[in-house]
Design a protein around this ligand. Structure first.
Ligand code: ADP
Ligand code: MG
Length: 335
């Protein structure tokens, strides 16, 4: 049973016991109150239908019926109109239980069906995206290897192209694996400045090629955080790499770490192209990319790693004005 269902069950039982207690504790002294108490039985029936469907609603109705029975027998007057009214009320409660339970079951079935459809559609999209990403480098490997075999054109250049394409395929496969496999973090207290430094260094060649400068702003003293440095470094590399790709020549990408009392904030900011609403909304959705060579997995992987560290990742971005990605990691100052 889920925690939510357990709560609902507790609330239903409390309601049920309270109403039944009111019934019995005031019987037969304040008889006129019973008509009011009876109406409150609709609440546990409704909650039961919402949480457990038809079965739940009927079970609660049956309990109400059993608990109410001695009261009905005891208060039996024999007057046709009064008793018919009481029986009608019980019957209507039963009908309400069936109707509410049926609607709740129907809604749940429709939701499960829609989720399944979405899952299947997504799986199809994912498979198509992977195949599509692998197709281009594969075509170029086939083309260039044929050239090498036929000894046509510049063989060294063709070998380089085959190698580059194979590396692209390796990156796609690595990204897919990183995204698909469960994360097993090895947590250790380490200095976040070193992780930032390594991630930036690994992106330096790419930055130089794009004419982008990476600036680091970190505290002078160590900032020790419980983390898996290997994974966090990968996460930061994805962010810095995106920032470089979005930047123009001569622009800057700044990476900073700001320790607070309970959290350490790491930001990767660029002055590049920024993002529109649509891109921002789907930025963590795997395989969503606008780049010709992109896999659309970088941000999804980065989020997965930050989430595994019980951290938070936020993005502020405006088209044409750059992007700031902010990661917050749990941190205790002075520890
Ligand atoms: P990929 O880089 O392979 O496209 P990502 O998941 O890393 O996949 O990024 C998804 C998309 O988010 C990118 O295609 C890009 O459109 C957008 N994006 C991510 N970071 C930035 C950024 N710093 N500036 C502008 N757009 C970005
Ligand atoms: Mg990326």
């Amino acid at each position: 049973m889920t925690v939510r269902r357990r709560y609902v069950t507790l609330v239903i039982c409390l309601f049920f016991l309270l109403i039944t207690y009111l019934h019995y504790s005031t019987f037969p002294r304040i008889y006129s109150f019973h008509d009011i108490y009876k109406e409150f039985y609709y609440i546990p029936i409704f909650l039961g239908a919402l949480a457990f469907g038809l079965k739940g609603a009927l079970l609660i109705y049956a309990s109400i019926f059993v608990f109410d029975l001695p009261f009905v027998i005891e208060g039996w007057t024999g007057a046709f109109v009064a008793e018919a009214g009481r029986l009608l009320h019980l019957g209507l409660q039963g009908l309400f239980a069936i109707f509410a339970g049926y609607l709740s079951d129907r809604e749940r079935k429709a939701r499960t069906h829609a989720e399944k459809e979405r899952y299947l559609a997504r799986t199809g999209q994912v498979a198509t995206a992977i195949v599509h990403d692998l197709k281009n480098p594969l075509i170029s490997i086939l083309g260039f290897s044929k050239r090498i075999k036929d000894k046509k054109g510049n063989v060294d250049e063709a070998i380089d192209m085959v190698r580059d394409s194979a590396l692209t395929m390796q990156k796609i496969v690595q990204d897919v694996l990183d995204f698909a496999k469960p994360l097993n973090l090895t947590l250790r207290r380490e200095d976040i400045r070193e992780v930032i430094d390594k991630a930036c260094r690994l992106c330096e060649t790419k930055a130089e090629g794009a004419g982008v400068e990476i600036v680091r702003r970190v505290p002078a003293s160590p900032v020790s955080i419980e983390m898996d440095s290997f994974h966090l470094e990968r996460s930061l590399m994805n962010l810095v790499s995106n920032a470089i790709e979005a930047s123009g020549r001569g622009q800057r990408v700044s990476v900073s770490a700001t320790p607070g009392k309970y959290k350490c904030t790491i930001t990767v900011a660029d002055q590049g192209s920024g993002m529109d609403e649509e891109t921002l909304e789907s930025i963590f959705v795997p395989f969503t990319t606008k780049k010709k060579e992109g896999t659309g997995l970088g941000m999804a992987i980065a989020k997965k790693i930050v989430d595994a560290h019980k951290g938070k990742i936020d993005i502020v971005s405006r088209p044409g004005q750059g992007t700031e990605v902010r990661i917050e990691l749990p941190y205790r100052a002075g520890r």
